[in-house]
Design a protein around this ligand. Structure first.
Ligand code: Z16
Length: 837
């Protein structure tokens, strides 16, 4: 390892090297120093925004000291590292998380109070880092937290989007998208202007034979764009390990602008190049579970894969180990097919730049990569048009064809009597134009493929990759059920519940070993414990009620049953089933006598989530929810018996308020469509029960918490195909209650029914692909059961406490250990006991 300061001078460095603040006073001194000098403010003009900035900068210094130490330790020990390639990291806020992970909550709270600020207000000044769409991006963020907490030497790699997922505004009941420019002030990132990589696009491939007769390929004459690294520290909880999330930003290769053009008077052209380059990392694509096939998206994917691989290879080469050691030093996890180009890119590096032979290069590549699949829905599986790949990445297309050729030969040898299989499993789809099936390339180029919940992994094996299970054998395909970090989703989002649990378990150790939660089951009959548990739930509901009043202007009674569905709006997630159920409830209430109404369990139905900007059907679901809310919330007959709230701009920081406040949350996807779901886990961990289908992780949640502590309904995944078939070829019977709901919509009760025609028709006329009608009766019957069950508050409380105590399995720490053991073969590198490595 190179060092720049001679041994004789290092004493001075050690003496003056930055010290971490420990006491409240030291913390305050750091905050004030940053406010006065870094921000050039004073006590006369320090608002909450400045207090946030000062606090964040103080905490950042603290993280950076640990970050430096961790990186140094890793450089010396040079262990096998994990690289998590994800186009999305839905991080949310960093300050709160940093304070809790370094164990400085009391210090920060007291220090800020002494400086005249409430910690809650300061924390809420931060904008979310929203570099993701939904579950996949948030999973990646939970994984980073677990990797650091468990001391794994790990890096995240992604793009530094200038615009994260759009902000959602609701105008006249419709979604309006507002750009999310989040980089105005981001104290959590470190630009590394010295860490850059030149990335090539377009151009051509020249082939020649060298002196030994070996064929060499050179990719040349392309357009070069610069990748600049920005690093964000990722602190573990209760450990000094602080890992790195590296985000790549795109820049013109000639810097600010092209001087030659500028000097020639071509001012506009000189900046146009620069802007073209910067467009690559400009914006996150807002589609979840839908492949759009846009050229700029392919550019993003290659730009990010190539920069990350260059970085990984550069780090490996410093160790001077032989290439065959690469898979013993490097594990790369592909989060969905988005980073699949990393496979041909590593092949290009090994073959064209390092001169390895095909077989060795291919073995290294396969051993290095693991691929996580997150969906079996065909519209979400990425397929890039061959002419597009040819144009943008000519050398990679050749390599993909070569990989495919070798693979198909292997298949032909293994299954000589099944020639029709070749077309089915080919990486190249013989469509017009031809397309590259990225999922197949990912399977072929990896040594392990995993799904994200038991049912999903079964579907992966039996549907989309069925042939590949025969080709490679079953061991290549495995399951790692998703998880969530209990630090953010319990300790941070629900500090009072975390404290109550800690008071019974003798400390917060359960946050590092969530299985310890089972010990609170012993308190399920403890009067004091039950009282406090219930008081916490009520306080959390009160908090959401206050928020709802303040932000949406709707008054809700926290004594009502809080029913919540928050997630991306998608037909398969069936928010339409929920809102049709709400309309059904409304119609029943309207029919009742005032006497009967008195017996009804009051309920608030909360919805939240973004629709992809081009997804008409999803946008109409949002509109319907808002229109129903307008009518129901203002109906004097109904009063507090039913309220409908659409919570605008659902995101991670809002989820931290919403999740602890549920009595029931809805996870009601058509069976077989939701790969896992992760908010289901968050809600139960926070003392809410679930109404759900037998889909994704709901099934494993049922296994863990017991059938009595969850409300399941609806058709099973194995029956879905038959039901769909019947819709088309048998006679389709619309559920009568649902028909009444549709009649009400059509009659204009919720305003002009025009916008809702498509929604209703998709069920009545177009085959009801998501089986809303088939599951409707079962759904409303189960909602009735819930109303009844909720009236017995004692029994309900027992269910919720029992469920919480059995949620240990769903910690993302458990997932990360499974990945480490089964897929990555990496070990933790615990920090040294003493300070000063
Ligand atoms: C996504 O968030 C998911 C899948 C996908 O193909 C694309 C995106 Cl952006 C989600 C799944 O829908 C969800 O079930 C799962 O829990 C999550 O990925 C994490 O695995």
């Amino acid at each position: 390892v190179e060092a720049s300061v001679p041994e004789s001078q290092r004493e001075a460095w050690r003496k003056f090297s930055a010290k971490e603040f420990k006491t409240t006073e030291e913390f305050e001194a750091e905050v004030v120093r940053h406010i006065e000098t870094t921000l050039a403010r004073s006590l006369f003009n320090c608002d909450e925004a400045a207090a946030y900035a000062g606090t964040a900068l103080a905490l950042r210094d603290r993280l950076i000291i640990e970050w430096n130490r961790t990186q140094q330790q890793q450089t010396f020990a040079d262990p096998k590292r994990v690289y998590y390639l994800s186009l999305e990291f839905l991080m949310g806020r960093a300050l709160d998380n940093a304070i809790l992970n370094v164990g400085m909550k009391d210090v920060a709270e007291k220090g800020l109070a002494e400086l005249g600020f409430r910690m809650e207000d300061v924390i809420s000044q931060e904008r979310d880092a929203a570099l993701g769409n939904g579950g996949l991006g948030r999973l990646a963020a939970c994984f980073l937290d677990s990797l650091a907490t468990l001391n794994y030497p790990a890096w995240g790699y992604a793009l530094r989007y200038r615009y994260g997922i759009f902000r959602q505004e609701i105008v006249d009941g419709y979604q309006v998208e507002v750009p999310d420019y989040w980089l105005d002030f981001n104290p959590w990132e470190f630009p590394r202007h010295d860490v850059t990589v030149d990335i090539q696009f377009y151009g051509s491939v020249r082939k020649y034979r060298d002196d030994s007769g070996k064929q060499i390929s050179v990719w040349e004459n392309g357009e070069i764009v610069k990748a600049v690294a920005y690093d964000a520290p990722i602190p573990g909880y209760g450990t000094r390990t602080t890992n790195n999330l590296r985000l790549w930003s795109s820049k013109a290769s000639h810097g600010e602008f092209d001087f030659t053009k500028f000097n020639a008077g071509e001012y506009e052209a000189s900046v146009a190049d620069q802007q073209r380059a910067e467009t690559i990392s400009a914006v996150l694509y807002p589609n979840d579970s839908l492949d759009r096939g846009k050229e700029l998206r392919l550019k993003q994917q290659y730009f990010w894969c190539a920069a990350s691989l260059f970085d990984i290879v550069r780090r490996f080469k410093k160790s001077k180990k032989a290439w065959k050691e690469f898979p013993n030093q490097v594990a790369i996890q592909l989060n969905d097919t988005h980073p699949t180009l990393a496979i041909p890119e590593l092949m290009r590096i090994l073959l064209d730049l390092e001169g390895l032979e095909w077989d060795e290069a291919w073995q290294i590549t396969q051993m290095t990569f693991g691929y996580t699949n997150h969906t079996v829905m065909p519209e979400a599986l990425e397929k890039w048009s061959v002419p597009l790949v040819q144009h943008l990445l000519p050398r990679h297309l050749q390599l993909i064809y070569d990989i495919n050729f070798q693979f198909l030969q292997f298949v032909e040898r293994s299954f000589p009597k099944e020639r029709e299989m070749l077309g089915r499993v080919s990486i190249i789809e013989e469509s017009e134009p031809k397309r590259v099936r990225m999922a197949y390339l990912a399977v072929i180029g990896s040594h392990k493929v995993n799904g994200v919940a038991e049912l999903h992994s079964d579907l992966v094996r039996t549907t989309i990759f069925k042939d590949f299970v025969r080709i490679y054998g079953p061991d290549k395909f495995t399951n790692v059920t998703n998880g969530i970090t209990p630090r953010r989703w319990l300790h941070q989002a629900n500090p009072r519940l975390s404290a109550l649990i800690a008071s019974k378990l003798g400390g917060h150790e359960f946050l590092r070993d969530l299985n310890l939660l089972h010990k609170i089951e012993a308190y399920v009959d403890d009067k004091e414990f039950r009282k406090e548990f219930q008081a916490i739930k009520f306080a959390n509901k009160k908090r959401l009620a206050d928020y709802t009043k303040e932000v949406q202007g709707i008054t809700v009674d926290p004594h009502s049953l809080f029913d919540i569905q928050v997630k991306r709006i998608h037909e398969y997630k069936r928010q339409q089933l929920n809102i049709f159920g709400v309309i059904h409830r409304y119609l029943e209430l309207k029919e009742m006598s005032p006497e009967d109404r008195k017996k009804v369990q009051p309920r608030v139905s909360f919805f939240g989530g973004k629709a992809a900007p081009g997804y008409w059907m999803a946008k109409m679901v949002i509109h319907l929810i808002n229109q129903v809310g307008k009518v129901v919330n203002n109906d004097k007959d109904i009063g507090d018996l039913l309220k409908v709230v659409f919570l605008e701009d659902y995101n991670v920081s809002k989820a931290e308020i919403i999740t602890p406040a549920s009595d029931i949350s809805e996870h009601i996807s058509t069976a077989g469509t939701e790969a896992s779901g992760t908010s289901n886990m968050k809600f139960v961990l926070n003392g809410g029960l679930i109404i759900g289908t037998c889909d994704g992780a709901n099934i494993e949640i049922t296994r863990e918490v017991g059938e009595d502590n969850i409300f399941l309904f609806g058709n099973l995944s194995e029956d879905v195909d038959d039901l769909r078939h019947h819709h088309f070829y048998g006679d389709f019977q619309l559920d009568p209650s649902l028909k009444r709901v549709f009649d009400t919509i059509r009659s204009g009760t919720f305003g002009d029914s025009g916008p809702f025609t498509g929604l209703v028709d998709s069920i009545v006329d177009h085959g009801d692909y998501y089986l809303v009608s088939d599951d409707f009766k079962s759904y409303i019957d189960t909602q009735k059961l819930i109303d009844e069950a909720y009236k017995d508050q004692d029994a309900w409380l027992t269910k919720t406490i029992t469920a919480v105590s059995r949620m240990g399995f769903f910690s993302s720490d458990r997932c990360i250990d499974e990945y480490a053991e089964m897929i990555w073969n990496v070990e933790p590198l615990p920090p040294p006991k003493e300070n000063g490595a």
